[in-house]
Design a protein around this ligand. Structure first.
Ligand code: PGA
Length: 260
């Protein structure tokens, strides 16, 4: 069965003065929480400090982005081996904020996915439609294009190390989450595509997270939707107590649907 997963995406929040106490409080608050995996994705500059704090706790470490090459003349960029060296096991790729603000294309995102996998880490591939695309009935078309492009030339056995995140752009940072059934419908579609593109086994094992205004109040009902395997959390991951509650509720929703 797929173990539920909660990923905290701190985005561009967290000087060391903020990041250290936040990571420490999350680690301590989750000591006795079972049936769920948790990953923290602080800014690059806090990775080393957060790595020290979470090492040995069961909480994983992830980065929010990387360059598609392992080294080279790319001023200001960070390569996958620099991240794995710090203890990162996950890298978020294709977040809609980067697609929009940095002009990241599906082709670039695919190169990043392959680079992360080649380095032995898990790629968290984000897909999701804009409000306008949803209005025009293009939700499935959009996410299908993003998924197909993102997984191009990824070896079938490496797909086991991919996590998908369905993040409708209209739900990110807006306070308006997709309902469990809206998200479940898209997750089911993505799982069907995985089965077609890769294999039935891959479709059954790859975790598909929902992201977009997840908070402690809606986490349990989202996680109780059978197609939702956890959450990618932005704003609500910046408050330790709130995030700990959110993780507990996600675990509870997951147990409700999968059994303990
Ligand atoms: P949000 O962001 O939880 O603040 O909506 C989610 C994300 O962008 O990953």
């Amino acid at each position: 069965m797929r173990t539920p997963l909660c990923i905290a995406n701190w985005k561009m929040h967290g000087t060391l003065a903020d990041a250290r106490p936040l990571a420490t409080a999350v680690r301590d608050g989750l000591r006795r929480v079972k049936d769920i995996e948790v990953v923290l994705c602080p800014p690059f500059t806090a990775l080393a400090a957060v790595s020290e704090i979470v090492t040995g706790s069961g909480i994983g470490l992830g980065a929010q982005n990387c360059h598609p090459e392992a080294f080279g003349p790319h001023t200001g960029e960070i390569a996958p081996p620099m991240l794995s060296e710090l203890g990162c096991r996950y890298v978020i790729v294709g977040h809609s904020e980067r697609r929009r603000e940095m002009g990241e294309t599906d082709e670039l995102i695919n190169r990043k996915v392959r680079a992360v996998l080649a380095d032995g880490m898990t790629a968290v591939l984000c897909v999701g439609e804009t409000a306008e695309e949803r209005r025009q009935g293009l939700t499935f078309t959009t996410v299908e294009g993003q998924l197909r492009a993102g997984l191009t030339d990824v070896a079938p056995d490496a797909v086991a190390r991919v996590v998908l995140a369905y993040e409708p752009v209209w739900a990110i940072g807006t306070g308006v989450n997709a309902t469990p059934s809206q998200a479940g419908e898209v997750h089911g579609y993505l799982r069907g595509l995985l089965s077609e593109l890769i294999s039935k086994d891959a479709a059954a094992t790859v975790r598909i997270l929902y992201g977009g205004s997840v908070k402690a109040e809606n986490a349990e009902s989202l996680a109780a939707e059978p197609e939702i395997d956890g959450a990618l959390v932005g704003g609500a991951s910046l408050n330790a107590q709130g995030f700990v509650n959110l993780v507990k509720k996600t675990a509870r929703g997951g147990v409700a649907v999968r059994g303990a």
